[in-house]
Write a protein that binds this ligand. Structure first.
Ligand code: ADE
Length: 253
């Protein structure tokens, strides 16, 4: 059995109720985010589906200002790079203190650093992360963090794509969004997470709503037929054709 298949089994089991082993393993997921710009993360987790997950107590998201852990009298968290050149480097002390403060309170499965150097965030990575209990996400800024933090404290580095952002906060928001929506109960219809684009390496089929005819723009006839079997077949065929046309690389995996 592949780990991907196991993951799907786990998500399926989670849809059956809240008493099973896997449910216990992943409910109450806690995410601690370390940043020097907490303001950037005020909005993304306070609306819509992520807010619902938090309100239901299915996920806890805590944003910490790294400056609060600085022992510098000006609360500085960065310094010049030994190599010279433009750009400041985030220092070890405030980050280590913040991580130690959290680790004293609970065990963490991963300390994740958001970086363009990291493994690329994919649906598979998000699936796996959704099974973790407690994670720390460290957002980089300026020229980056002192390499020794990566060697001694960080356990995983994640990139959200081959481009450079001004800081890791938006990457952290993307990672959290993609993971939290997989936590059982966060989406109202849990199976909808299983039919997302990429869950089976296919893009989603197109969707339509009323009216069936908008000034001559018509919904495909099959969707009005009421024949579930035929509709499913049509959706599968559409998903495959769209993937072949728009993302043929997905079909090679
Ligand atoms: N920080 C800066 N750029 C990033 C990226 N592409 N992914 C994750 N973190 C980043």
């Amino acid at each position: 059995m592949t780990s991907d298949f196991l993951h799907l089994v786990q998500i399926c089991l989670l849809t059956l109720g809240s008493g099973c082993y896997f449910c216990k393993k992943i409910t109450g997921m806690r995410i601690d985010i370390l940043t020097v710009v907490p303001e950037l993360l005020e909005s993304p987790f306070n609306h819509s589906i992520i807010k619902r997950g938090r309100d239901k107590g299915l996920v806890e998201i805590h944003v910490h200002n790294i400056r609060d852990f600085s022992e510098d009298k000006h609360r500085r968290t960065d310094d010049y790079a030994f190599s010279g050149g433009a750009g400041m480097v985030m220092t070890i002390q405030p980050i280590e203190s913040a991580i130690n403060f959290l680790k004293l309170q609970r065990d963490y499965d991963e300390v994740i650093y958001t970086s363009p150097d990291g493994i690329q965030l994919t649906q598979k990575v998000s699936n796996k992360m959704s099974l973790l209990n407690n994670i720390i996400i460290l957002c980089g800024h300026y020229k980056g963090i002192d390499q020794r933090i990566r060697e001694h404290l960080v356990t995983m580095e994640i990139s959200i794509g081959d481009y450079v952002l001004t800081g890791g906060e938006l990457a952290a928001a993307v990672i959290v969004d993609s993971v939290v929506r997989l936590v059982p109960g966060v989406l109202s219809d849990e199976t909808s997470a299983l039919t997302d684009s990429f869950q089976d390496n296919l893009l989603s089929p197109p969707v339509y709503t009323r009216p069936a005819d908008y000034n001559g723009w018509k919904v495909p006839e099959i969707l009005l037929s009421g024949n579930d079997k035929k509709i499913n077949e049509w959706q599968e065929q559409q998903a495959y054709e769209r993937t072949k046309r728009l993302r043929p690389d997905l079909l090679k995996d």
